[in-house]
Design a protein around this ligand. Structure first.
Ligand SMILES: Cc1cc2nc3c(=O)[nH]c(=O)nc-3n(C[C@H](O)[C@H](O)[C@H](O)COP(=O)(O)OP(=O)(O)OC[C@H]3O[C@@H](n4cnc5c(N)ncnc54)[C@H](O)[C@@H]3O)c2cc1C
Length: 508
């Protein structure tokens, strides 16, 4: 790149030849589209540029960069794929520059390598499709699922276990060193994309719908379906909710009746709001094979004759494939039973813990990302002659956001640690209550974070493009986490009821 003096740049100050300086780099904006800020031609436009545009706009226009200013270095940190943020509280404490020297009992080099590899993949391979498909309301492409399969991301998002042996994992992590902290990181990195509909498109159905197959299917069914899903050839979702059975799972009405020869079930009924249902090949489905709690079974249903799916429009992108499903005389082999006939309720309950923990991981990471956005914005936005960060009221808002996100993250790490020490069954029993309370906390924190962030961003916090786009998406969609997988009210009640189960004979 050529080198110019500021005096040279100053001579290019008209529509015929317009140059600007942004952070010591010289851009020829004579035909510069979005970058055309002509009244600043010939001048340093760093402040005015960052008042209106995100850094990625500049990165998009790198072809206009013609040189740099002699003897000057860029001062603003350039976002490079996979990099760790230096903004205070933008990363979990063990990664924060700010707290360099902090120790963690949980994370080691393997987790760091894993996070960087996943982050790099998300930003370079997933983000371009995510941006276009979220806007268009299209589910992730089949190629994307295959790419994620090859990269080992789909397998990683299913946690530790024998399924990992068939895959090369991100960052060169070995299957035997992979633990729930790696899995947590994989969810976090996907959930900070800032495009919630597309984020759910690339595997939420799998994260919540495949565990019943991995843990309760017959071997032949399990081996086939797990291989197909983790290599990205097929997709799966979890189909429990119905129009009359949301919080009250036991109220489901979809029936599965055995054929006289005992070889099949015939399934009839409807399911509502099934994430990824619009494009899934498989559905882990709650059905009635009898009466009451003991009459619920879980069946793996393939998209076949009699299965119809119809999109439901929600507050986020149709990319997520949220669907209404109709089962009409669908013939399902008895081999597709997940667990025992009538044993569906415990399967559903075991599964909920993992689903809720995954929701918390995503919720906390996205809330943390909002903190980073707010910190950066408050630092660069000048109002009444000074930055927002110089206003005590804004600092107070940041303090509330940071302290709530940090404390929720710390509880999450504690729960994840318990998961690394307990069997799936033990965790299902012992962690149900704490995970429910943690989920409640994480969505209450998200509520507060969304509220404060919106105020810090002002009009941009409710504008879909530009500076506030991340905050806008977050404040529009954080409620998903507060309802899916068990609403806040249900979580609160479950957490306290579980605590009461082991209540000692203690008195004041
Ligand atoms: C976008 C989206 C995606 C979803 N994805 C899936 C999916 O993939 N698979 C799936 O099976 N389901 C899915 N669901 C369904 C979701 O799990 C339910 O919406 C959720 O369980 C709540 O059920 P409901 O909406 O029927 O609310 P209801 O059960 O009707 O409850 C309404 C309100 O009353 C409150 N309430 C209920 N009972 C009590 C009580 N005893 N005490 C106090 N308050 C109470 C609830 O907290 C809630 O706020 C999805 C839903 C949405 C909106």
């Amino acid at each position: 790149m050529s080198s110019y003096t500021r005096q040279e740049v100053a001579t290019h100050n008209s529509a015929k030849s317009a140059w600007i300086i942004v952070d010591s780099i010289v851009y020829d904006i004579t035909n510069g589209g979005e970058l055309l800020i002509l009244e600043h031609a010939g001048k340093d436009a760093t402040e005015i540029f960052y008042a209106f545009h995100r850094q990625d706009v500049l990165q998009k226009y790198q072809r206009l960069a013609i040189g740099s200013i002699t003897n000057e270095k860029q001062q603003i940190i350039q976002n490079t794929p996979g990099s760790i943020s230096k903004v205070p509280y933008a990363e979990p404490s063990y990664l924060q520059e700010l707290m360099l020297g902090f120790h963690s009992p949980y994370f080691n080099e393997s987790h760091k390598k894993f996070r960087q590899a996943v982050r790099h993949f998300v930003q370079t391979e997933i983000l371009p499709e995510a941006t276009a498909f979220d806007e268009a309301g299209k589910p992730a492409s089949k190629e994307m699922f295959k790419k994620m399969g090859e990269f080992g991301l789909l397998a990683a998002r299913m946690g530790p276990g024998p399924h990992l042996k068939a895959f090369k994992l991100p960052g060169g992590v070995k299957p035997e060193e992979f633990d729930y902290f790696h899995e947590q990181i994989a969810h976090e990195e996907v959930c900070i994309l800032g495009l919630p509909g597309y984020q759910d498109s690339i595997g939420t159905g799998m994260v919540i719908g495949l565990p019943p197959v991995m843990n309760f299917a017959r071997k032949e069914v399990r081996d086939k379906v797990v291989r197909e899903v983790l290599t990205g050839q097929k997709t799966i979702s979890l189909a429990i909710s119905e129009p009359n059975a949301g919080s009250d799972v036991a109220a489901i009405a979809t029936t599965a009746v055995k054929t006289p020869d005992g070889k099949h079930y015939i399934v009839n009924g409807v399911k509502k709001w099934i994430t990824n249902g619009g494009f899934s090949d498989y559905f882990s489905t709650a059905v009635l094979t009898g009466k009451g709690h003991g009459g619920i079974s879980m069946l793996l249903i393939e998209r076949t004759e009699g299965v119809e799916t119809k999109g439901i429009k929600t507050s986020y992108s149709s990319s997520a494939g949220t669907a209404y499903i109709t089962f009409e005389n669908v013939k399902v082999p008895v081999e597709n039973l997940l667990g025992k006939e009538g044993g569906g309720f415990p399967v559903i309950m075991f599964n909920f813990n993992h689903e809720r923990w995954f929701i918390v991981a995503g919720m906390v990471a996205a809330s943390r990302k909002v903190v980073e956005e707010c910190f950066k914005w408050a630092n660069q936005r000048k109002v009444f002659g000074k930055s927002l960060l110089e206003q005590p009221v804004i600092r107070n808002k940041l303090a509330h956001m940071v302290s709530q996100v940090e404390s929720t993250n710390n509880w999450l790490e504690n729960i994840t640690y318990q998961m690394t020490k307990m069997s799936y069954k033990e965790a299902a029993i012992k962690l149900g209550g704490p995970i429910a309370l943690l989920k409640l906390l994480s969505t209450r924190v998200a509520h507060n974070v969304a509220d404060e962030a919106c105020q810090i961003f002002g009009g941009r916090g409710i504008t879909k493009t530009g500076m506030g786009r991340y905050v806008e998406g977050f404040q529009r969609t954080y409620k998903f986490g507060a309802i899916l997988g068990g609403s806040e009210e249900i979580m609160a009640d479950l957490g306290i009821r579980q605590a009461m189960r082991n209540f000692p004979n203690a008195r004041l």
